[in-house]
Design a protein. Structure first.
Length: 81
């Protein structure tokens, strides 16, 4: 996995750090469900790695909750219920 980094107006692809990769696995688990890749036991080998996975999983859960909030229109503006 890589991320895009913008420096001086130029975009460059650089590899994710280990914790960023683990956070992405947690996000994937939260969005798409657990599988052998995003819930591999080695991910949870340290507290720091576990917290990174949990951050990603929580981000996915928050997105799911936000997507489930119904939106109504009043006077041409969207408004959350």
């Amino acid at each position: 996995m890589t991320r895009t980094k913008t420096t001086a107006g130029k975009q460059a692809r650089e590899p994710l750090t280990e914790l960023e990769r683990i956070e992405a696995l947690g996000y994937d688990s939260g969005k798409n469900g657990a599988n052998l890749t995003n819930c591999d036991f080695r991910i949870f080998s340290t507290g720091e790695r576990t917290r990174a996975w949990e951050r990603g999983n929580e981000k996915a859960q928050q997105e799911i909750k936000l997507a489930a909030v119904p939106v109504t229109r009043t006077k041409g503006k969207a408004k959350k219920r």
